[in-house]
Write a protein that binds this ligand. Sequence first.
Ligand SMILES: Nc1nc2c(ncn2[C@@H]2O[C@H](COP(=O)(O)OP(=O)(O)OP(=O)(O)O)[C@@H](O)[C@H]2O)c(=O)[nH]1
Length: 349
Amino acid sequence: MSFVGLMVLIVYEARWVYPEIQAYFSQTGSLTGQQLATRARGYVQRAQEELLVAASPLEINSARHSLELAYGLFDVDVYRQKYACTEPSLALMDELAELLDTQQVDPFDAAHALFIPVQCLTRIEMNQLDQRGVVINDFSSSTRRHHQILTYSSVLIFALGLLFWIMHQRQLKRTERANSEKIAWMARAMCDPLTGIGNRSALYQDVAAYTGCSMGLILVDIDFFKQYNDALGHPEGDRLLRRLARLLKSALGEQARLYRLGGDEFAALLPCPNDQMLVHHCEALQLGLEEAQCHHPAHPDNKDVTLSIGGARFVADATSFAAAYEAADKALYQVKTAGRDGWQITASA
Ligand SMILES: Nc1nc2c(ncn2[C@@H]2O[C@H](COP(=O)(O)OP(=O)(O)OP(=O)(O)O)[C@@H](O)[C@H]2O)c(=O)[nH]1
């Protein structure tokens, strides 16, 4: 954008500079005019010198020849039109040439009379030189003006370019900020605020991401959590929920993705090529909980906090997940009805 502007300006300015250059070089006409006058004056003065020393018709003839050469150079339309002294000077030179031919004029007088054309030619030379000076001055001042315009315009275009660049950068930052806010918002929407692990939506999203993989789904429910809450209060209950999230992580390893489905119900999704692996994870979970020794002040069986765990294996896709969820839930329910504090896995339909 800035470059296009600059190019247009340069072309525009060059368009105006061009006639100035032409005007300058057209003054070669004036220059030539000045040179003609100089050379003509040179011949007239040579004729004067020859006449002053002329002693023979041959020498007078030579002076006359110089005079003719001067006449030829002097007899220019521009001189006739612009300089009033031209006509009389040429007439005088013509007349003197004829008188010299017929020897009716004294060479000394003729030489003296030739001061008139010399003066005229000198004036022409000076005038032509002045004209050339004026044109040169005009040319240089207008060139300076165009140069200034180009300089200021370039600075302006540069400043505008800089301004647009800054505005563009700001816009870019705003967009980036909006994008990262959107991403953060989406992450929050997939996250359980109490424990920091995923929520039910995240579970569904992750299943879709694992499509085609052999996965294990483990559902976990705290036993007698109501009693725990009642005995220690909800803040302590919350603390237990957070602690259990950490415990799930350390027991199931980095590959497991964890979710809180609501209340005291958790889920884990992890790669699981066979049932043995699923059994291993369930046992690891129970073992981890036992080692953690989370005191439950109101457990009806006087135990520390215990869990009911149900698991199922499936090849991930939307329909198989629904079946696996149902199977794992059924397994968990069976553990609950069997007295809690245990695990069971069921094959999904
Ligand atoms: N502290 C706390 N308690 C919650 C939260 N969400 C649900 N609860 C409580 O969790 C308890 C769940 O009770 P139940 O569904 O009867 O489960 P339970 O007491 O563990 O009984 P069983 O599962 O049958 O062993 C209820 O008392 C809820 O108030 C929470 O975010 N924080």
